[in-house]
Design a protein around this ligand. Sequence first.
Ligand code: PHE
Length: 458
Amino acid sequence: MENVKHEKWSSGFIFLLAAVGSAVGLGNIWRFPYVVAENGGGAFVLLYLGIVILLGIPLLMTELSIGRMTGKAPINAFDQMVKENDVKAKPLWTALGWSYMLVPLGILCFYFVVAGWTLNYVTGMVMGDFNGITAEGAQESFGAMLGNWKTLIFWMTITLLITIGIVSQGIKEGLEKAVKILMPALFVIMVALVIYSSVTGEFLESVKFMFTPDFSKITGKTIMMAAGQAFFSLSLGSAAMMMYGAYLTKDISIPKMACGVALADTSVAILAGFMIFPIVFAHGMANASGPGLVFEVLPVIFTDMPMGQLFGVLFFLLLAFAAVTSTISLLEPMVALLEEKGYKRLPSAFIVGGGVWLIGVICALSLNVLQDVRLLGGVEALKDKNIMDIVEYFAANVFVPLNGLFVAIFIGWMVKRSTMIDEFNMGDNIVFKAWKFLVCYIVPIVMIAVFYDAAIGF
Ligand code: PHE
């Protein structure tokens, strides 16, 4: 059954909605602001932008085209390309295919937990739990939620079930319908919140914080964090983009789509910064940091706002939906792979989801019952990380960039130039040459340097 034909996206625009839906998620709104804060602000943001342009866009083009050329899930996609291009070292590329297949499942394990937080905050907002809350109160209530494993597991399970429900319906009936409703809504609410936050908060201080680079803050570790965050945010190194590329028809321009996705995703990340930091500075919450940042800051915004409770409900609901447009792209590849092997979507989605759920539960417990467990306590750089931090760290900061490195080597050095010129359908022009140069040299050199530096740090 290896030649099962998958459904295709109805149009280029729908693909864009879905791909931006995958890219825009907790990574932009929850993770980006706190990673920026932890890594020194402006210098990190500049690095991030550089990495998106020089590494992110070429890799997006690469992954989308591998998907479209083969029309298959990564493991089968690499297999087919190895055959067609007569590529050496086959086991290495098979391993890369598996790494691509497994990374999204690793991401899902912690992603569902955080997506669950957002749903929990929706109900909290509806019940008025946050009305009149102070900055300290918000920090406390976030801590209390983390301490309650039943709540965490309950909401995580709900997000998982929603994701399974959508993915089991397939592309046109499931994914497309979901993104058509959720993406425009998310965008409108987000813009409104940014305007509100910038007008009432310390906008200028935030601009300074995000764009004044202090280059002394840039170390090998910062570059690694920026690359990890950029790749994670663009849904690279994780099968999502490859799979979405597999559903793309031939008439659509991959370079244009890649630029569109990168632009939208990066804009949302920066906007998220402008939504969070003005309020952080205005309320003297600079000590709010780490994964709790958004959850500790936003309830305070809503308290001050006219119709804040309503806005709060909407915001956290939409944040949960933004998470869901990402989780569907994380679950889809494995379900599609099983479909290629002849299995039906619904049972596949339940079985894969069930596996993810088990590890997700351990992640959720690592925030409370198992909070003192340090799997890698012996490693200096990781000794403070609980189980969920470790899963996040390895998935987002190690395996995602590693996949990016190897896919660049694969496409740049193993696959025929003419194959790629045909695929991008624009001749051997300057855009093609720039792409080729970036994947052949810049991506590998930067990534190897980053990994080398990180390895020394251990
Ligand atoms: N890009 C998503 C985000 O920023 C996360 C994600 C990673 C989704 C990898 C799919 C694949 O939240």
